[in-house]
Design a protein around this ligand. Structure first.
Ligand SMILES: Cc1ncc(COP(=O)(O)O)c(C=O)c1O
Length: 481
């Protein structure tokens, strides 16, 4: 256990230890991460850092003390609303990220429903299975039930199935533009029409697409309507720290009318510390992300974002074409922008093994399931690494294609563990899975090679056991080693 430091350390020493720790991280500067990081170049970094540092100490909690921050935030919100075809009534707030915006929208829907949907006694959200877990998290926090609806063969929300899932308890329907796993846009117009007909709220989650799709559309690509131009869309989320390339900790949540947004807000009138109003979930709010977001939107403007978007689209298309030219793997569905998934179409190529091989070559791709696939969010910084990535991918697929002792052994371990967890009492399962993880080199965290673990996880019959196992892993990952 690290003890609280007794003595001072020099700045040099402190920063040196941090640099050493950082050496272990994925080399995102070299375009090695597909997701997590959105980056343009040093010039933009320098603008973002200058803006961020100018407001390093300020606090977004109290707009009366910092009118500058009030100006930045309200202008960022208005600029975002206008980009997403909102009229003057559309209003919202900046939050710390997509999850935070979604938490706000779900809490707002719950409280709105208390006044407007008296029959919804046990509130439910209806969303496609591809909807981001932030909705499940929000429902978990706010005492709401999530009703997940399977997506169609094209990975998009199934309109008829979504309609059938709506009951008198439904307070909110959700569609994504696009959904993270496969990068496809749900049929927002059709879904929002159902919500409108039923008199309930509808949220378009454009956390990942909000600052990309409007420019993709302007460049002439076919993008269906997904924003406030669609009747029935009552709230939206759009992350500045994704395709707006702002500093991390910045997203926007928007509402069709100020009346709906009012349900998001909180005020304590009788606190001995005075009247305490709070528009979003956070209390103290870092000013850096607000300032940096304002700076980059004004610096790039539509002109800059169009240029960047064009490069990103060309890069994404080149990568997709390269993937589809490698025998044994393919991209899934028909993604509209620069987010997509890679799967195997050859039983001898295990896609999670491909991820492990890529990992060994320094490339980080998240594993997805149902179906087994790898995630790719392509952004500006990947323009220079297309050939390098495709070469690493080709090599990885070739390695996985070749029979090896490791492959045979890991399949045996999966089969035996799979058999055991099916026949043994439930209480034993978690402990077996933990041993399995340790056997793979987990040691309280995640194993180095994840393929066997993921292979098993996909087939586990009892998802409750899986939850326990993942909570154990999370516990290990968020504790000192
Ligand atoms: C569609 C979608 N919604 C919500 C989120 C959550 O955003 P954040 O990680 O900023 O909380 C993400 C993140 O990737 C996303 O892709």
């Amino acid at each position: 256990m690290t003890r609280f430091p007794k003595k001072r350390n020099s700045k040099k020493e402190v920063l040196k230890s941090m640099r050493v720790a950082r050496d272990q991280d994925v080399k995102w500067e070299k375009g090695r991460a597909f997701g997590l990081i959105y980056h343009i170049n040093e010039e933009i970094d320098s603008l973002l850092k200058d803006a961020f540092m100018m407001f390093f100490s300020e606090n977004g909690l109290n707009p009366t003390a910092f009118p500058s921050l009030r100006k930045f935030e309200t202008e960022v919100v208005s600029m975002t609303a206008s980009l997403l075809h909102g009229d003057e009534k559309v209003t919202g707030n900046m939050t710390s990220g997509g999850t935070d915006s979604i938490l706000c929208a779900v809490k707002t829907a719950r409280d709105w429903a208390r006044d407007h949907l008296p029959l919804a006694t046990t509130p439910e959200i209806v969303l496609p299975r591809s909807g981001h877990p932030a909705f499940e998290k929000a429902a978990h926090y706010f005492g709401i039930k999530t009703v997940f609806v399977p997506v169609g063969d094209d990975f998009r929300a199934d309109v008829d199935a979504m309609r059938a899932a709506v009951t008198q308890n439904t307070i909110l329907m959700v569609g994504s533009a696009p959904a993270y796993p496969h990068g496809v846009i749900d049929p927002i117009r059709e879904l929002a029409a159902i919500a409108q007909e039923k008199g309930i709220l509808f949220h378009t989650d454009s956390c990942v697409g909000g600052f990309m799709l409007p420019f993709v559309k302007k460049l002439g690509y076919p993008i269906p309507d997904f924003d406030f131009s669609v009747p029935g869309v009552t709230s939206m989320s759009a992350d500045l720290h994704k395709y707006a390339y702002a500093a991390k900790g910045a997203s926007v949540v928007l509402y069709r009318t100020p009346e709906i947004r009012r349900y998001q807000m909180f005020v304590s009138t009788d606190w001995s510390g005075g009247i305490y109003p709070s528009p979003t979930i956070a209390g103290t709010r870092p000013a850096g992300p607000i300032a940096a977001a304002w700076a980059i939107l004004n610096y790039l403007g539509e002109e800059g974002y169009l240029e960047i978007t064009e490069i990103v689209m060309r890069t994404a298309q080149k990568i997709q074409a390269g993937i589809n030219a490698i025998s044994g793997i393919k991209t899934l569905g028909k993604p509209e922008m620069s987010v997509f998934a890679i799967a195997s179409d050859n039983p001898s190529i295990e896609i999670y093994e491909v991820a492990d091989e890529l990992h060994e070559r320094g490339w980080h791709l998240d594993r997805q399931h149902f179906p087994a696939s790898l995630h790719m969010t392509v952004n500006y910084m990947h323009a220079d690494v297309v050939d390098e990535f495709l070469a690493a991918l080709t090599e990885s697929v070739d390695v996985v294609r070749r029979p090896s002792f490791r492959k045979v052994a890991s399949r045996w371990v999966i089969s035996i563990t799979d058999f055991l967890v099916r026949i043994l009492p439930e209480t034993w399962v978690t402990s077996i899975m933990e041993k399995f993880s340790a056997l793979l080199g987990g040691g309280g965290g995640l194993p180095q090679r994840m393929a066997p673990m993921y292979g098993l996880i996909g087939t586990l019959p009892n998802r409750g056991d899986l939850k326990e196992l993942v909570l154990d892993l999370l516990d290990g990952l968020t504790r000192e080693e």
